[in-house]
Structure formats: C-alpha cells, structure tokens
Design a protein around this ligand. Structure first.
Ligand code: HEC
Length: 278
C-alpha cells in the first residue's frame, strides 16, 4: 500500500467534514488547548452527521454549449405531431396527381390506352408518354409535330422505315418539322403488329387526349372520340362507312395510305358533331 501523505489525508477529512456539515469541529476538538470539550462537541455532531440538514451546495453544473443551445431553442409545438403524421399521406396524394393514374377509360379511348401498352408503344415512349427510345409524347409536342389526327395515323401506320431516315415525318404545316432518325416500327398492313383503322385511331386519340397537356386541342379531340365511340356502339359508323365501301376494321397498306384516306373514317363523327353544334 502506498503511503498517503498527511496533508492530503487532512484535506480529504476537511472536505468530508464540510460536505456533511460537520465543520472543522472535530479537528478543532482534537487540537489541544481549545476551549471546547471533546465530548460536548462530538455529541451534536454525531446527531447531525447521518442526516445533513443543509444540502451541500451543488456545484454549478457545467453545460456544453451545444446542450445549452438545444435548451434555449424554441421547442416543437405539440400540434405539429399530427401534422407530421399526415405528411406521408399528403405526399402520396401529391405524387398521385403527378403520375397519370389509369383513368378507367372506356370505349375507344380505353381501347387506345390498352393498345398503347399492348402494341408496344409504351416500351419506347414511356408508360406515361415521357419518352425513352422514342420521343416524349407527353410534352405537348405531338400536336406540334402532327397538326392533324390524320397525319399522326399515317405516321403510326408507316413508321420510320417507310418514311425513310432523314425524311420529314411531321405534318407539312408543322411549325417545327421533324426528320426520322430512329427506328419506329410501322403498324400498317403486313406489319408484325398490324393495327386496323379503329385501333390506329384509338391509340392516336389516346395519345393526343390523354398523354398531352395540350388542353384546347385535346378537348376538341375528346369530343370527337366520344362521338365516334357513340357511333361505333350504335353501329351507325359502320353503316355510313359501308356506303363508301369502307369498314372501321380495314387494315390499310401503309405505303399508300394518305391523310385523306384516314379522314374518310373520321368524317361521319365530325359531321355529327357539326350537326350537333348547329
Ligand atoms: C421501337 C421503338 C418504338 C415503338 C415500339 C413505337 N415508337 Fe413511336 N417513335 C419511335 C421513334 C424512334 C420515333 C421518332 C421518329 C424516328 O426518329 O424514327 C417515334 C415517333 C413517334 C411519334 C411522333 C412524336 C413526335 O412528336 O415527334 C408518335 C406520335 C409515335 N411515335 C407514336 C407511337 C405509337 C402510337 C406507337 C405504338 C402503336 C409507337 N409510337 C411505337 C420509336 C417507337
């Protein structure tokens, strides 16, 4: 055992005494020549020792600056908790408005929505028309590329190969002409994935009214799609087309297909709309 120096022992004793409120009494008593009688001094001390009445003065607690900053900061109000809890719900709803949720389209547009995936368009143009191998269809550009439904139908029937690389595939009056640079397959007669007139119109109207934010044009074309759908359901369209020896289920040779050809299939619905307006 190491010897503890006397002065340290003394200091320790004094410290202990101070903490228990004993004061230097004990020491004073021990010292010879003091007036206080040892027994008298010891008695009150012994009584006081077990339960010190005066709590030792707490040393000032030293707080780290960052803890101090934390404590000084304004606390989060309780009402924020339910608000924070509902945040994910709100976020999910917000995201939902950004992504075009399948709208449960029926009739001609529902057919178009189905074909957009089934015929492989979504594989190149994105499920929401955001683009990929093929250009975006959801950026409002399609109405610029094709100023008419007919021109777009002809393009989809023909594809890049028939139009030819470097050739213009947009409408003749497009303010921003586009040339073929990629490889979009055609969907006309004999194509590995051939579509009939109803299908070509369905997917075209779907793209133009559902994927594009061009609201004014889309609204007009939406009315046309609804009218066509009505006339398809009643059989009226087929009846009228039969008068020109046409059928909505014609599969046309894309190499010779023109916008005027396509217009013939749209004509009955357009005429009905004009009649409705007048
Ligand atoms: C293999 C990929 C691919 C597939 C499948 C595909 N496309 Fe395309 N599409 C393209 C490419 C590439 C272009 C650009 C023309 C080019 O450079 O050849 C394009 C252009 C278009 C455009 C013109 C967009 C613009 O504003 O310039 C439309 C509309 C379009 N495609 C519709 C369709 C439809 C409808 C389908 C399905 C029936 C389809 N595409 C399937 C690759 C594809």
């Amino acid at each position: 055992m190491t010897e503890i120096p006397e002065h340290l022992l003394k200091r320790s004793k004094e410290r202990k005494a101070a903490l228990s409120g004993e004061a230097p009494a004990a020491d004073a008593a021990a010292e010879p020549g003091t007036a206080v009688e040892p027994a008298a001094a010891a008695a009150p001390v012994a009584a006081a020792a077990p339960v010190p009445e005066v709590a030792p003065e707490p040393e000032p607690v030293r707080v780290a600056p960052y803890v101090e900053a934390y404590e000084a900061r304004k606390k989060m109000p309780y009402w924020i908790i339910p608000v924070l809890l509902t945040l994910p719900v709100w976020a999910a709803m917000y995201v939902g408005t950004l992504e075009r949720v399948p709208q449960g389209l029926t009739g001609l547009l529902g057919e178009g929505e189905h074909l957009y995936v089934e015929a492989g368009c979504s594989g190149c143009h994105g499920a929401e028309g955001g683009g990929g191998i093929g250009p975006a269809l959801s950026d409002g550009e399609v109405h610029v590329t094709f100023t008419s439904i007919e021109d777009q139908v002809v393009w989809i029937a023909q594809g890049s190969a028939i139009v030819g690389t470097g050739n213009n595939y947009s409408s003749a009056d497009s303010p921003r002409p586009r040339a073929v640079a990629g490889q979009m397959p055609g969907f006309g007669l004999g194509a590995s994935n051939e579509l009939d007139m109803e299908e070509l119109l369905a997917v075209t109207l779907y793209e133009r009214t559902q994927l594009e934010p061009n609201e004014e044009a889309a609204e007009r074309e939406l009315l046309l799609a609804e009218q066509m759908n009505l006339m398809l359901e009643t059989g009226e369209l087929e009846e009228i087309l039969a008068g020109s020896e046409l059928s909505i289920h014609d599969v046309r040779d894309a190499a010779t297909l023109t916008a005027a050809d396509v217009a013939a299939y749209l004509e009955p619905a357009r005429a009905a709309l004009i009649a409705d307006e007048g």
